[in-house]
Design a protein around this ligand. Sequence first.
Ligand SMILES: C[S@@+](CC[C@H](N)C(=O)[O-])C[C@H]1O[C@@H](n2cnc3c(N)ncnc32)[C@H](O)[C@@H]1O
Length: 384
Amino acid sequence: MVTGSNKTELVAKTFRGLEEVLAKEIEQLGGENIRIATRAVMFRGDAEMICRVNYHLRTALRVLMHLHSFTACDEHQLYRGAMEYDWSEHLTNETTFAVDGVLNSPHFNHSQYIALKVKDAIADQFRKKTGSRPSVDKTNPDIRFNLHISGDKCSILLDSSGESLHKRGYRTAGHSAPLNEVLAAGLVKLSGWNCNSNFVDPMCGSGTIVLEAALMAHNIPPGIYRKHFAFEKWPGFDLSLVEKIHNEDYPEKEFRYKIAGSDISPEAVSIARNNAKSAFLHRKVEFRISSFENYIPPEGGGVLIVNPPYGERLKQGDPVLFHSVIGDTLKKRYEGYEAWVFSGNTDAVKKVGLKPSKKIVLFNGPIESHFHKFSIYRGTKKRN
Ligand SMILES: C[S@@+](CC[C@H](N)C(=O)[O-])C[C@H]1O[C@@H](n2cnc3c(N)ncnc32)[C@H](O)[C@@H]1O
């Protein structure tokens, strides 16, 4: 168990394409020995760091603590490897647990099966020592282990977050295609917006990008809304650290510019307003019902991020062709803005028709997505 100032190996998971951004956040929070992997950042930290990163990281989906590594090429070696570790450090007969498996190996076929083998090893070790065993609860366990197998390298990690950290706790109702909060925060960070100008999302849907920008602008930690983190149920974890992190003083930043969202759908705007209220941000952001074509952005320029519809059919026509309207509107109304378009459709984003000054590829889960920057000056020309 991680106690006091003992440092341990930690892994923060994220979307592919956000690793650098996440590594920077971890560095700012004091993480040590930071190393970047695909969809993950490894670092070292103590128990206080585990609280701190769960509470503050905007671009992490979850944070895991490394427990045990070994090599295995078949299920017997996997079982034996899992048996080598003393699981009573993390479990008692009264705690419930679950094991999730992630697999990238020619030696094993099914992630559920390998997870089952490790679950058996843990249960058998308890039964041998105590005559009984902790129960499995797949949906809401007290303790969740993650098993990763890459080739013959097996690692077992302990999940410190519980529910994915994108579930900030401010979302009141679903909208048809809300962006994941971690991805939205990542887009704001990748855009380079330094909280020193206006910020706009004129197709805001449920308001995710706008709300994540507002949290950053006012220096509000995303963990403030969360009721629980998994590490709070770890046996022996110093719960006074949670109080300490929660009560630390985060001076709210003064913000002199506008953070605004608009959407053509009254229902979406109503959801965005409710989400803003539940995040106590309703006095800090403004949501309006308006088409993108007619919306007048705040004067003085700034940063715009838009995540246009691309999968579904639009009332006004083809979603790919609609990107040409986006290009026209940016040129007409957004002089002085740095505009970023996030789309999972390569053909669509090309139709914007302006020359991107930056192109970033990232993955929204399995979907390869494009985040293109267009700087809009007086006289910016469309390409076609
Ligand atoms: C992919 S969703 C955006 C989701 C949003 N990022 C969120 O997190 O909820 C695209 C949004 O564009 C809006 N939309 C479609 N056509 C529009 C238009 N012409 N003007 C303004 N909004 C539009 C839709 O109503 C929808 O809410």
